[in-house]
Each structure stands twice: as structure tokens, then as C-alpha cells.
Design a protein around this ligand. Structure first.
Ligand code: SAH
Length: 355
């Protein structure tokens, strides 16, 4: 694994095995202790040094003082009565709260994690961006969401999607660390093919990611068939025109062999018409891709409404007739306050009221 500059000031759970070895050697420890410690942190997901019983007591005491562990504290959980989906709210060591979602599918359990506290991308239909960006998460805080949920549910997590609050490519170094650590054979070992990163389309980072030699799926939030409509929904579209974003997607496919997923949130009267579908089909012609239609989750601070069932099906049919592979996102946990970031938002609104 590559060592990069982002290790400065990192907590111990965000370090690669080689970095852990260097750290322990600098503390005067034998190199094999690093493998033991890594297994405790990432395979057994220990939350205290106390439980690491095969490490010498002196070392455990020293680590407790010098390298406090990053532990996520669950502060709220809501479970859907419809499909068992659970939304967790976690408190980070600095007091910030983040949201993660656990979903059960027939092919296994999936966790949707946050990559930042808040977001600065400003997509007009999204709840996560309403308060702006507070800070990016460390790799350990992304890992912690998966580890904690696996412990709390007692069930193995087989898929992770980085589709919660935040723009993952706006937190590039920590994201890549997270992806390598979560797929590490010495850790929880989730296959890279079962990892998906969703981006609003940060073009330079998409090129960079294509060079990382990762087998993950890249999902692009497209949401519109042309620049004008995309700019009305997503401020980032004014920085990177569709032509550039799609070229970056093409490059990702070429370099990794991984088919791109295009996400398209349908908002009534905005981007869900027959003409939009035709234009979209033209735009994606020749791409080896998959389109995921998401009926928009209305956010009360925003004016967007969800497209009707018939509109969604018509939209799907039109794309399929043009030979495009389409799915409609199965709605999960519709009764527990759908849209990303809404549980966190209602928690924070309540905190404010109580002050
Ligand atoms: N920042 C990343 C990942 C987080 S959002 C991105 O933009 O892709 C995950 C997906 O949910 C994105 O496709 C995003 O556009 C979409 N999304 C956000 N708010 C939504 C809402 N209210 N209804 C439906 N989809 C939404």
C-alpha cells in the first residue's frame, strides 16, 4: 500500500499496516506487534486497548495515553417497519454527528456511509448541504461507521456505498485510505467490487481515482440531460461541463474496466419529461453504463417534488428502448425519513431548540 502525505496527524485506525509498523518501531516495539495491532483494530474492530490481550500491558497503557482510539457513539437509531432498514446517528469524538444507513438485501447487507460532516457542493435538492461543510471525515471515522453497524446488528456487512452526507472526492486522501483499509485482507476484508463511491462529478479527482488501481464502482450523479438543466440543480455543473464529466467517466471505465453507474434523481417537471429521457439516451449512447433512477426525496426546505409513478416508468421505458440498462432504485426505509441527511438535520434542529 502506498504511503502518502495525508498520514500527518492521523489517528492510529487510519494508518496502513506499513505505517503502523514504522510507528511501533519508533516506539521501540518489535515489528510483529504491528500486525497484531492491525488485526485488533480492523479485523476484530476493538474499541479499547484493554481488550487487546496479546499485546504487552506496558504497550497497551502507552497507546491508551498517546494514541486515543476513535470511537463512534450511537446516539439514535430508527428502524423501518417496512423493510428493516436502519438509520444510525453517530457522535464523533469532537461532538459532531453523522448519519449512516444499514440496508438488508437478498444478496447481503449494505451500509451507506457519510464521508464528511455536512457538504459544500450545494445541490439544490439535497438536505445534507443545507448547513454547509463542517469538516471532512478521517478514514477511521468512515471505517467506524461500518464496524459499529456490523457490531450493533451482529450481521456481516458485505457492501458499502459512499453515498451518505458529503462529497467523497472532496475528501480524496481519506477516502482512498478508507477504500484500501476496508478491503485489506488483514482487516474486515470487504471486496473492492462491493464498494461504490458516488460523486457529483469532481473531474480532476475522477482522473486521479482511475489511477489508484482499485476495483470499486464509480457512480456519477448526473440528474440532468444537458448543462443548462444540470446547472440549475447542481452548482458544481457550472465548474465542469457535462462533456468533461463524461470524458472522465469514459477514462475511468477504460482504466479500470468497471462500468459506470449514472444516478438520475427524478424531480417532477424539472428533469422527468419524455424529452429529457430522449436527450439523456442520446447523451449516454455508446457508454458502457447503467442508469439508476431515483424518485426524488422531497426535502422540506426545498421546492422539489417527486415524479409520479407513471412518469418514472415512462422515463425508464424510453431509455430501455434506446438500449440503455436502467433500474429504478428500490425505496428503502420510506417510513423513517427518507432523504440522506434528514435524520441528522432533525437531530440538530432539536438540539438548537433545546439550547
Ligand atoms: N456527494 C455525492 C454522494 C452523496 S449523495 C454525490 O453527489 O453523488 C448520494 C446521491 O443521492 C447523489 O446522487 C445525490 O445527488 C442524491 N440525492 C441527494 N439528495 C437527494 C434527494 N433529496 N432525493 C434523491 N436523491 C438525492
Amino acid at each position: 500500500m502506498k504511503v502518502d502525505d495525508a498520514r500527518e496527524g492521523l489517528d492510529i485506525q487510519s494508518l496502513y499496516p506499513e505505517e503502523l509498523k514504522t510507528k511501533l518501531q519508533a516506539m521501540g516495539e518489535k515489528p510483529f506487534r504491528a500486525a497484531q495491532l492491525f488485526a485488533w483494530l480492523h479485523q476484530k474492530q476493538a474499541e479499547t486497548y484493554r481488550e487487546m490481550t496479546n499485546l504487552p500491558e506496558g504497550l497497551r497503557e502507552r497507546l491508551s495515553k498517546e494514541e486515543p482510539l476513535t470511537v463512534l457513539e450511537p446516539v439514535d437509531m430508527r428502524e423501518s417497519r417496512i423493510d428493516g432498514t436502519r438509520k444510525y446517528l453517530f457522535r464523533l469524538p469532537d461532538g459532531n454527528v453523522i448519519e449512516s444507513v444499514w440496508m438488508k438485501y437478498h444478496h447481503g447487507n449494505s451500509v451507506c456511509i457519510s464521508s464528511q460532516v455536512g457538504c459544500r457542493m450545494g445541490c439544490r435538492f439535497c438536505a445534507s448541504t443545507l448547513g454547509g461543510l463542517t469538516r471532512s471525515l478521517r478514514a477511521s471515522e468512515m471505517l467506524g461507521q461500518v464496524y459499529r453497524i456490523q457490531k450493533l446488528t451482529g450481521e456481516r456487512v458485505s457492501n458499502v456505498v459512499v453515498m451518505g452526507t458529503g462529497e467523497p472526492l472532496d475528501n480524496y486522501e481519506q477516502l482512498v485510505r478508507f477504500l484500501r483499509l476496508i478491503s485489506s485482507e488483514q482487516g474486515i476484508h470487504i471486496s473492492q467490487r462491493n464498494l461504490t463511491v458516488s460523486t457529483c462529478g469532481l473531474v480532476p479527482e475522477m482522473y486521479r481515482l482511475a489511477e489508484e488501481k482499485l476495483q470499486i464502482t464509480l457512480a456519477l450523479s448526473l440528474h440532468a440531460p444537458n448543462d443548462e438543466k444540470r446547472q440549475a440543480l447542481m452548482p458544481i455543473a457550472s465548474r465542469y461541463p457535462l462533456r468533461e464529466v463524461l470524458a472522465a467517466c469514459g477514462n475511468y471505465f477504460e482504466k479500470t474496466g468497471r462500468r459506470i453507474t449514472f444516478e438520475y434523481a427524478l424531480a417532477a417537471g424539472e428533469n422527468d419529461g419524455g424529452k429529457d429521457a430522449e436527450e439523456l439516451a442520446g447523451l449516454l449512447k455508446g457508454y458502457n453504463c447503467h442508469v439508476n433512477l431515483i424518485p426524488i426525496n422531497p426535502v422540506k426546505e426545498r421546492q422539489f417534488r417527486r415524479s409520479g409513478k407513471k412518469m418514472v416508468l415512462d422515463f425508464q421505458n424510453k431509455l430501455e428502448k434506446c438500449g440503455i440498462n436502467v433500474t429504478i432504485r428500490r425505496e428503502m426505509g420510506g417510513d423513517i425519513d427518507g432523504a440522506c441527511g434528514q435524520l441528522r438535520k432533525s437531530y440538530m434542529d432539536n438540539q438548537e431548540k433545546n439550547l
